[in-house]
Design a binder for this molecule. Structure first.
Ligand code: SF4
Length: 328
């Protein structure tokens, strides 16, 4: 007797336009607002009610009037939205959308290091980049984004040392622009760390008159040959202010090309290549694998099913006090 041949189920590709229509009706039916980070796919940004960088979205989240927020981004962003809006239901399309930078600073290790510094008699305040878990935020004195870091560092009393977590590259850049000494946590972002300096130099030569814009999460060698350093919102403002068509080499997550093109279509944007760690080859599509977990399908599913949901945890209360004084 011959056995039946089993084949693996094939995932059905759904039409993006149908998905967008479905999301639109579900938003009304479920009383929901969609927030999308500049690093998620352009089509998700296009159906979102708010788009932006971490600072803008954290502030936008407090202005939402619907009972549900869907946060298309990564886990720590969903946590921040919940912390700042405890009464709202906060859904994220994929619970596994994490962040290499946030993961580089586990709360137990931070608490142990702070304890060690205190035991040495060091008088310090802890400043955390927003790309940290809520548990880490609850151990800190201040939260910064790339958009408000300078202003917050200025608020740390001059007689205190600063422990900056978790991004060593952003920390080094902040030391340079603020003149404050900092103890730097050795974390980094897997996307911004792998830009290829050789390819960037080559691209500069091939595009005379171009402007390099880079995120401060990039390492020093990239920032040294960058014309404009800033977070994603600063990049957007910069290209909008320049009327003359210009070529930009963009060193940040490649999905950022979408909002830049929308905001200032007169320019040409070339993503700076990253080096793929698996093969050592360069690719012009430096995408964050965590952000890429967000898809139209998952946005539809989480709206329809009401999950995955960010649940309130006890330590969110302490994290809230720090976020409120830093971001609002
Ligand atoms: S781009 Fe980097 S910092 Fe941003 S979510 Fe991805 S891993 Fe985290």
């Amino acid at each position: 007797m011959s056995l039946p041949v089993l084949t693996a189920p094939v995932a059905v590709e759904e039409d993006p336009l149908d998905l967008m229509d479905e999301i639109d009706s579900l938003k009304k039916e479920k009383d929901a607002t969609i927030l999308a980070h500049f690093y998620v796919d352009g089509e998700i940004q296009d159906i979102a009610d708010f788009t932006g960088d971490s600072l803008k979205l954290a502030r936008d989240a407090t202005r939402v009037t619907t009972s549900t927020i869907v946060f298309a981004g990564v886990h720590f962003m969903g946590e921040s939205a919940k912390i700042m809006n405890p009464k709202k239901r906060v859904l994220i399309p994929d619970m596994l959308a994490g962040c290499s930078l946030a993961d580089s600073c586990p709360p137990e290790q931070l608490a142990a290091f702070q304890e060690q510094l205190r035991a040495q008699g060091r008088d310090f305040q802890t400043v955390a980049y927003i790309n940290t878990s809520a548990a880490v935020k609850s151990l800190c004195d201040w939260i910064v984004t790339s958009g408000n870091a300078r202003e917050i560092i200025d608020r740390v009393p001059k007689d205190k040392e600063i422990l900056f977590v978790p991004d060593q590259h952003l920390g080094r850049y902040l030391v340079e622009i603020t003149g404050r000494k900092m103890i730097l946590w050795p974390g980094s972002c897997m996307v911004h760390e792998i830009f290829s300096i050789q390819d960037l130099i080559r691209a500069k030569k091939k595009n005379p008159g171009c402007i390099v814009i880079a995120h401060p999460e990039c390492p020093q060698n990239i920032l040294e040959i960058t014309d404009v350093i800033g977070g994603t919102e600063k990049m957007r403002q910069y290209v909008m202010a320049l009327k003359e068509p210009t070529t930009f080499l963009v060193a940040t997550e490649a999905a950022m090309i979408h909002p830049l093109t929308k905001a200032a279509p007169q320019h040409t944007y070339i993503p700076v290549p990253g080096i793929m760690t698996s093969s050592g080859e360069t690719c012009a599509c430096n995408r964050c694998p965590h952000m890429a977990r967000n898809t139209l399908q998952k946005v539809r599913d989480c709206l329809r099913d009401g999950r995955p949901e960010i649940e309130w945890k006890d330590y969110f209360q302490q994290a809230r006090a720090v976020l409120d004084k830093s971001l609002l």
